[in-house]
Design a protein. Structure first.
Length: 107
């Protein structure tokens, strides 16, 4: 989060405003505030895809402990490079790979 703030991004930490809130409340708060949700919580994938919850966009960070030294830099670069493409999408960021998917299945 410090890296995103340091790069000039508007960042709100859930723990500062709604600590312990259920995932559905966190998604609604992000939507209300027009913030993309950045998380390591796998439950948000289930919430966004399975229940088709409306979302401002979710960035799911999937980094193992041995690769975390690069994580902040990669997340900041990804947000700066793909800012216009992540709104309303589900993005998975992992070492060496970024996947951007629609929330819903397109036919």
């Amino acid at each position: 989060m410090r890296a995103l703030r340091g790069a000039g991004h508007d960042v709100m930490a859930v723990r500062d405003v709604r600590h312990g809130a259920p995932d559905e409340v966190v998604i609604r708060l992000a939507l209300k505030e027009s913030h993309v949700l950045v998380t390591e919580d796998t439950d948000f994938g289930q919430l966004v895809f399975a229940s088709a919850a409306e979302s401002p966009g979710v960035v799911f960070i999937r980094y193992p402990a041995n690769a975390r030294q690069d994580m902040a830099r990669v997340v900041v670069q990804m947000i700066e490079q793909y800012a216009q493409k992540i709104a309303g999408r589900f993005v998975v960021v992992q070492p060496g790979r970024i996947r951007i998917a629609s929330r819903t299945r397109e036919s």
